[in-house]
Design a protein around this ligand. Structure first.
Ligand SMILES: [Zn+2]
Length: 379
């Protein structure tokens, strides 16, 4: 009898686990001040103030490593793997409805309706949003058993975000990706409200009401990040000189400083996913008209999930992205990966941002120099 009760409780626990996709650990939440886990994970206060993130910022709670790790039973249940893959999702256009044409089959277009369905689907599967900065800095704070995910948005299209005027006041357009994310956040605050917008400030950006500065500020005030996508979305591999590359990337940063003083963009998404190999150094770092820039990360136009920031193969200057599912499904888009990427290959969090927990068998796959002061827990 006792045996069957035990089996029954195990089944219930397992079903609960399936429903939420990840397991909250109240003990860890209680004991770890300053990690901001309960508040939207991944919101980057450092950038919210416009000060930018320099890749070396102090991690809250880093010094006081007082939190105990998961116990053996939790580990057996959750099987954390913080060297697993993280999907960095790449979005482009958002529209109300879409009719495919000869020139555009909608591969890069998502309807508002599909996005509204996607968020709860990701939530149920245990995904939680983190920012690009937190990913790069290995400052990942999501509940135990959850899987971090990064949202990126290219080109500054109006469907991603725009402002409208209501009763003489600027408001976010609820029919936009950010509007939908904010709405979802009201009922699911633990999903996180984070994302990086790769913009071309020499082109129309988030077309709608308000000044460009007001639009960008709306996003940065809420912890969203702005990244570089060049000033006019050029083919970088056609830029034949270091000067041309520095002008396109540097001018975008210069404009950003004019719009939000002090805001330094720390990552870049390659327009068309291309860059000249011989001039790659200037994509990462350079200067234009006295304004310097440095991209700690370069986002590719991509095809597969990215590596954990502790992986020995992690290369921040070539971060792979998973393309959001468009109107036309294609292999290796987000829906495809959600079906085909096994849980054991993904970054499953131990719920404690002060420790990196991985199976002992994977010890050789990480670079211990990337632990960033965190304690390595092997099991
Ligand atoms: Zn683009």
């Amino acid at each position: 009898m006792a045996k069957s009760i035990k089996a029954f409780s195990a089944l219930i626990l397992f079903l609960l686990f399936l429903v939420t996709g990840c397991m909250e650990n109240p003990r860890l939440q209680k004991d770890s001040p300053g990690t901001g886990r309960a508040a939207a994970p991944g919101t980057t206060q450092s950038n919210a103030s416009g000060s930018g993130s320099d890749g070396s910022r102090k991690i809250p709670g880093e010094a006081e490593n007082t939190v105990k790790g998961l116990d053996a039973a939790d580990i057996a249940k959750i099987k954390p793997n913080e060297n697993g893959k993280i999907m960095v999702v790449m979005f482009h256009n958002f529209v109300q409805s879409f009719t495919p044409t000869k020139h555009d089959d909608g591969q890069y277009t998502t309807t508002f309706g599909d996005f509204e369905k996607l968020l709860p689907q990701l939530y149920e599967k245990g995904y939680r949003l983190i920012s690009v900065s937190d990913y790069l800095n290995n400052n990942i704070s999501v509940p135990a058993g959850c899987i971090p995910m990064v949202f990126t948005f290219d080109d500054g299209t109006a469907g991603q975000f725009n402002l409208v005027e209501e009763n003489g006041k600027l408001e976010i357009n609820k029919k936009s990706a950010v509007g939908i994310m904010e709405e979802f956040n009201k009922t699911h605050p633990d999903f996180g409200l984070a994302g990086t917008f790769y913009v071309n400030l020499g082109l129309q950006t988030f077309a709608g009401k308000g000044t460009l500065s007001e639009r960008l500020k709306y996003l940065t005030d809420r912890g969203f990040e702005i990244g570089n996508h060049t000033y006019t979305h050029i083919y970088l591999n056609e830029a034949k000189s270091a000067d041309a590359i520095q002008k396109e990337i540097g001018e975008n940063q210069k404009k950003m400083y004019e719009l939000i003083p002090g805001y330094r963009m720390v990552s870049l998404a390659l327009p068309f996913g291309q860059a000249p190999k011989e001039l790659q150094g200037y994509v990462a770092k350079g200067e234009y008209q006295g304004v310097g820039y440095e991209n700690a990360a370069i986002m590719e136009v991509g095809w597969d999930p990215a590596l954990s920031p502790v992986s020995k193969n992690f290369n921040p200057l070539s971060i792979h992205r998973v393309r959001a599912s468009g109107i036309k499904p294609v292999n290796a888009d987000l829906a495809w990966w959600l079906k085909n990427l096994p849980r054991e290959d993904q970054y499953v969090s131990d719920g404690n941002s002060d420790t990196i927990t991985i199976p002992k068998s994977k010890e050789g796959d990480i670079d211990k120099n990337r632990l960033n002061g965190k304690k390595l827990v092997l099991y």
